[in-house]
Design a protein around this ligand. Structure first.
Ligand code: HEC
Ligand code: HEC
Length: 286
């Protein structure tokens, strides 16, 4: 072999290695992509499976019920200890807080189960916070307040939402039409006029979503049965507690679903890190 041949063979080998590199990177990225989107798909399938409904058993989309009257006595004690100072012993209201008589069980359950009541500070708007009472105690308080007025002249009882047969597609449309204007399409919430705000919908339970829709807490409008049927409310509940609270990832790892910060972090450290390693490797060879 002449020196020229040798030189040619060396550059040939170098060129092959230089071409091999991008190919390896492409394969690596593709494999990682397939693996992670596989995991993401598996996760979202299992979540969808949980939400899948068996349409063979028709059921009322929403059943409204009052806690048993045996809860009233304990509820009265809880009310006197935790609510009467503001709402008055008979819940007729004082100069510190509004009348509760006749509002209905759903309203009382919403405000107590979301932790808004008992009110902690007199901010412009009561805030969602960890509830002070467990489910049993909450229903006892609800039973007491509901007992103060006949059910026939009161607001709705506590809704139990059955998602069997609920349509996510209809829920999506109804949500965009009726709710997204205040709560945004992702349900993250947004500021309203005069310092009020529409809160995030990411923590509300099925019952709480239906209660909010049917009772219209604070500055939120009330959607009665003439505006949205029980089936339509159930569709909205399915959409809020489904895709809104557990957004499907468009492939790839969810990275905890906490958004651009985690994604940027991974892009920076994994992506730039890999590029630097490759750069060093090429540098070494050359
Ligand atoms: C520190 C005073 C205070 C205490 C204690 C308190 N509340 Fe309230 N409550 C208020 C005020 C003020 C409002 C009006 C808040 C608003 O509209 O944002 C209110 C609103 C409510 C509403 C909504 C009324 C409506 O018209 O929609 C319900 C229901 C309610 N309270 C129930 C309770 C219950 C039940 C308790 C006890 C577990 C309780 N509250 C304890 C001050 C209080
Ligand atoms: C005009 C604006 C507006 C519209 C439209 C609206 N909301 Fe609201 N929503 C609010 C406000 C304001 C609150 C907070 C009330 C308070 O705490 O005083 C709220 C509270 C809620 C809550 C309680 C969240 C929590 O975790 O505490 C839920 C759930 C909710 N809305 C669902 C809906 C749904 C579903 C729709 C559509 C059918 C809807 N809202 C339409 C303004 C709106």
């Amino acid at each position: 072999m002449t020196t020229q041949d040798e030189a040619q063979a060396r550059t040939g080998g170098l060129r092959a290695r230089v071409l091999l590199l991008p190919a390896l990177v492409v394969v690596g990225v593709a494999v990682t992509g397939i693996l992670t989107s596989g995991m993401g798909a598996a996760a979202s399938t299992s979540h969808r499976a949980a939400a899948t409904t068996d349409a063979t058993q028709p059921a009322d989309p929403i059943t409204y019920s009052l806690p048993p009257s045996s809860d009233i006595a304990t509820g009265q004690n809880l009310f006197e200890a935790n609510c009467a100072s503001c709402h008055g012993p008979d819940a007729f209201g004082t100069d510190r807080a509004p009348n509760l008589v006749g509002l209905g069980a759903a309203t009382v359950d919403f405000w107590v189960s979301t932790g808004r009541m008992p009110l902690a500070s007199s901010s412009i708007q009561a805030l969602r916070k960890p509830p002070r009472f467990d489910r049993k105690q909450t229903l006892e308080i609800v039973a007491f307040v509901a007992s103060l007025a006949p059910a026939s002249v009161s607001g709705p009882a506590v809704p139990h939402v059955d998602l069997q047969g609920a349509s996510l597609a209809t829920g999506n449309n109804l949500f965009v039409l009726n709710c997204a204007g205040c709560h945004t399409v992702t349900g993250a919430g947004d500021a309203l006029a005069d310092g009020y705000f529409a809160p995030s919908l990411h923590r509300a339970t099925r019952t709480q979503v239906a209660e909010a829709v049917r009772t219209g807490p604070g500055n939120m409008p009330r959607f009665g049965p003439g505006t949205l049927s029980d089936q339509q409310v159930a569709d909205i509940v399915a959409y809020v507690t489904g895709p809104i609270q557990h957004p499907d990832n468009r492939g790839g790892l969810g990275l905890g679903g906490i958004g651009p910060v985690a994604e940027g972090f991974v892009a920076l450290f994994v992506g730039v890190g890999a590029l630097m390693l490759i750069a060093f490797w090429i540098g070494d060879r050359a």
